[in-house]
Design a protein around this ligand. Structure first.
Ligand SMILES: Nc1nc2c(ncn2[C@@H]2O[C@H](COP(=O)(O)OP(=O)(O)O)[C@@H](O)[C@H]2O)c(=O)[nH]1
Ligand SMILES: [Mg+2]
Length: 240
C-alpha cells in the first residue's frame, strides 16, 4: 500500500461525544486529498473507542490506535506520529474545538514550502474558552514567549502541520506539544503560523485546569531553557 501524503493525528481521551463526528468532519475537509487519519485513544474510560470503530465502517481511511494505559496528550500525539505513514502530519484536538476545515490550508502550505520550514502552526484568533482559561493562556503564552523567544503567540493550539521526520528528531517529555516551536527552532528549522478558527467545546469535559497547567509549565519552561543552553547550531551543512 502506498503511503498517503498527509496523516491527520488526533489524540482522544474520554471524547465519546466528539470523536466520531470529528472523524466525519476530517473526512469532509480532506475529501479529494491523499490522506489517512490516525485517532489515538489514550485508554479512555468511556465509549470513545467503540464509537470510532462504528464510524470506521463508513470511513475506510480511519485508523484507531490504542494505549493500554493513560499516558497524556503529548504521548498520544507521539504515538500517532510514529504510526503515521505520511511525510506531513496534521495534529488537532479530539474534542472538536479545532475546525478540521483549517487543516488542508496548513498542510498544503507546508507541502509547498522548502524543507527548512518544518511546521505551520495554528493561531486561534477568537478563543472560544472561558474568560479564566483565556486569561491563563494569555499569561502563560506571554511568559513562555519572552523566556524562550520561540516566536509563537499561541502554542496551545492543537492544530499544527509538521514534517514527521523533524518531529521524530525531537526529544520526548510530557507536555512537549506546547513547546514544539522552541524545539523545532533548536533543531535549526523554521516555523510559521496561520490564523485558524476555534470552537466551543460542546461535549465532554476539559482535561486540564489552570493551576495544574501553570505548575507543570513552570518546570517545563525551565527544562526547555536548559535544553536550549545545551545545544549549539552547526550552521549550514555542506557535503564536499
Ligand atoms: N490522549 C490524550 N489526550 C488528552 C489527554 N488530556 C487531554 N487530551 C486531549 O487533548 C485535547 C485538548 O484537551 P482539552 O481537555 O480539550 O484541553 P482544553 O481545550 O485546553 O480545555 C483534547 O483532544 C483531549 O481529548 C490525555 O490524557 N490523553
Ligand atoms: Mg479543548
Amino acid at each position: 500500500m502506498l503511503a498517503p501524503s498527509y496523516s491527520i493525528v488526533v489524540p482522544v481521551f474520554n471524547e465519546e461525544g466528539a470523536a466520531a463526528p470529528l472523524a466525519r468532519e476530517i473526512a469532509a475537509a480532506f475529501d479529494g486529498m491523499d490522506y489517512e487519519m490516525v485517532f489515538v485513544d489514550d485508554a479512555s474510560l468511556d465509549q470513545t473507542v467503540s464509537t470510532l470503530l462504528q464510524v470506521r465502517g463508513e470511513l475506510p481511511r480511519l485508523r484507531v490506535v490504542r494505549h493500554s494505559q493513560n499516558a497524556g496528550q503529548s504521548r498520544a500525539i507521539r504515538t500517532g506520529v510514529m504510526a503515521a505513514r505520511a511525510p506531513i502530519v496534521v495534529t488537532l484536538d479530539g474534542d472538536g474545538q479545532n475546525d478540521p476545515a483549517d487543516g488542508p490550508r496548513l498542510a498544503r502550505r507546508l507541502m509547498e514550502s522548502p524543507p527548512l520550514l518544518a511546521m505551520v502552526g495554528g493561531r486561534r484568533t477568537k478563543r472560544q474558552d472561558s474568560a479564566g482559561k483565556r486569561l491563563a493562556s494569555r499569561i502563560g503564552n506571554g511568559v513562555r514567549k519572552r523566556l524562550l523567544n520561540d516566536h509563537a503567540d499561541d502554542t496551545g493550539c492543537g492544530l499544527k502541520a509538521i514534517r514527521r521526520e523533524v518531529f521524530l528528531r525531537l526529544p520526548y517529555f510530557d507536555h512537549i506539544h506546547r513547546y514544539l516551536p522552541a524545539m523545532i527552532l533548536r533543531e535549526g528549522f523554521e516555523i510559521a503560523f496561520e490564523d485558524v478558527s476555534h470552537r466551543p467545546r460542546i461535549t465532554g469535559a476539559s482535561k486540564y485546569n489552570n493551576l495544574g497547567r501553570a505548575l507543570v509549565s513552570f518546570s517545563d519552561v525551565l527544562g526547555v531553557l536548559w535544553l536550549d543552553t545545551r545545544s549549539k547550531s552547526p550552521g549550514v551543512l555542506r557535503e564536499e
